[in-house]
Structure formats: C-alpha cells, structure tokens
Design a protein around this ligand. Sequence first.
Ligand SMILES: NC(=O)c1ccc[n+]([C@@H]2O[C@H](COP(=O)([O-])OP(=O)(O)OC[C@H]3O[C@@H](n4cnc5c(N)ncnc54)[C@H](OP(=O)(O)O)[C@@H]3O)[C@@H](O)[C@H]2O)c1
Length: 300
Amino acid sequence: MILITGATGYIGRHLVARLVEQGERPRCLVRDIHRAAQFLPVEKIELVHGDTTQPETLPAALKGIDTVVHAAFITADRKVASSELYNKTNVGGTANLVKAAEEATVDRIIEISGLGTKPDKPGSYMQGRYLSEHLLIESRLQWTIIRPSVLFGKGAPFIKGLVDLIKTAPVVPLIGGGKVLFQPIHVDDVVSVILKTLQDPQGTSGKIYTIGGPEYYSFSQVFDELLQATHKHRLKVYAPTPLVGIGAAVMEAVLPRPPLTRAAMTLFSFDNTTDLQSVERDFGFRPRSFHEYLQTEGVL
Ligand SMILES: NC(=O)c1ccc[n+]([C@@H]2O[C@H](COP(=O)([O-])OP(=O)(O)OC[C@H]3O[C@@H](n4cnc5c(N)ncnc54)[C@H](OP(=O)(O)O)[C@@H]3O)[C@@H](O)[C@H]2O)c1
C-alpha cells in the first residue's frame, strides 16, 4: 500500500492519476479534504487528512503502508510569509514523517527533491532541501531520492510563470545574462521515473537520481522557445542577478502570487542540468523533448 504526501501538488496529482490508471488505490495525505476533491479522483483513492508539520496526524495515515512517496514541500515558486516555513515544512515535516514511518510498518520512502540540492546558508530554502534529503539518508528506512530539473507540461509552474511574464510585460528579463542552463523534463516522464522506482525497490534503494530532459537550454533559449510558441515578440533585456533579487523581494512583499521569489532565484545560481542520458540510462526510456512538445501542443 502506497501513501502519497503532496498528492494535491503538481507532481502528486499526475502521480495519483497514473496509479489510478494502473488500477491502484493509493492513499493520499491531504491538508484539506474538500480542496483535495478539486484535484483528485476522490472516489478512486483513499483520502486521509494530515499535515506533516502536525506529527499527531501521521500514525493513522501510515497504518498499513509499506511505501511513502514524499512530495509535500514548500516549493521555491511559492510566496512564504517567512522563510521559517521552509524549515518548518521541508525539514520539520520530513523529520516528523520519517520518524512516524520508522515507528509504523513502512519499509521505504521515495522523496521528490530538486536538481542541484546542496548545502547552503542556515535557514535558506536550499539548506532546507539539503537537510530534508539527509533525514532520509540517515533514517532506518530504505530510501530513494529523485531530483528533477525544471518541469514542463500543462500548467507547469516554472513555464507558466515565464509565459505569464511574456503575456504581460513589454520586455523579458534575462536574469544574470540568461546563460544559466536548464534541462526541462515533462511531468509525465517524472511520474514514469517514480513508477519505475516503485516497481524496483532493490535496484533503486539507497540511490539519488538526478533527472532531466533530452536537451539543454540556456534561460535565454527557454524564452526563445516560449516566444516562438506564443507567437510573441519581446525584447530580452539583460537583468543583473542582484537587481532581480531585489525585484523578487519587492514582488513577494506586494503580490499574492509573485512571478518570481527570492527562493526561486537560487535556481539561477547554477546550471540545472545532469547528463543528457540520465533517464534513458537509469530508467530505460527517452523523455520528451521540450522543443517538440511546444511545437505539437503549444503552451497550455
Ligand atoms: N514542479 C516543478 O517544476 C518541480 C521541479 C523540480 C522539483 N520539484 C520538486 O518536486 C516536489 C513536489 O513539487 P510540486 O511542484 O508537486 O509541488 P506543489 O505543486 O507546490 O505541491 C506541494 C504539495 O505539498 C503539500 N504540502 C505542503 N505543505 C504540507 C504539509 N505541511 N503537510 C502536508 N502536505 C503539504 C501541498 O498541499 P496543499 O494542496 O494542501 O497546499 C501540495 O500538495 C518538491 O520537492 C519540488 O521541489 C518540482
């Protein structure tokens, strides 16, 4: 029996849909049962109310579970009232979940992390990601960590943010000159990797998989692809990273859903890439091309 945390999230929703398609009935831990009904096929799954930051809600959710897919995180694109929420949810929530899993019948846990996770300043978004991975590594559970690059697919947050910017702004900002590389991977391919990991506990245990699509794109080239797909012409303007950081802080302070956050700026401090054959080599299939996806399906 599988428990999915973060089932109402972007990856979680796609994972639940595929598991249901396969005839499974996964258990989904959700914070708001009524809200979950908007995103999940509630009659085909088991819904359980819970919150990783509230440890008392976890034992009932984990009863009879052998595998947890952990995708309940505060992601970099979310506005947070205080950066303490990263620590509370991403570190504290994972610690609660691991502890409750160790005390229950759970054998293994699969964490959906992010490419480039590394130690950073105490209390920062990235440091929280790093610590959340380490909680698994140091646990008594069998663990697997999956670190995807940025995602594309219908409604994918990173791409949607850029498309919204193209649609509303007269110019588009090339953060830090637009040279940072990305390796966009389709959400369905990330789900296929999770499903293959679920099917192969022995082969995938104790491993960290960094996964990306079949091509690299500089940030500037990502904009080129999206401009072509939206049939728009925009001037791409060099935007120094410190200046964009200040802009992100201002947007976070005044907008309910800012297009850029200070945590998301972390993504521009390194190339979000792994080797181009990562998925084919480790999981035996070729992921979709971002360029071909945009050509055939456009921006949705
Ligand atoms: N999307 C991407 O482009 C992308 C790329 C690379 C890596 N990733 C990684 O993949 C993982 C999942 O990302 P995502 O895009 O699916 O995230 P998302 O859409 O923001 O969803 C986050 C999920 O976590 C849940 N959640 C947050 N706090 C919780 C708590 N205290 N207790 C229980 N549930 C809680 C949310 O529930 P509510 O519905 O109640 O808010 C939601 O279901 C993250 O680690 C992310 O960094 C994502």
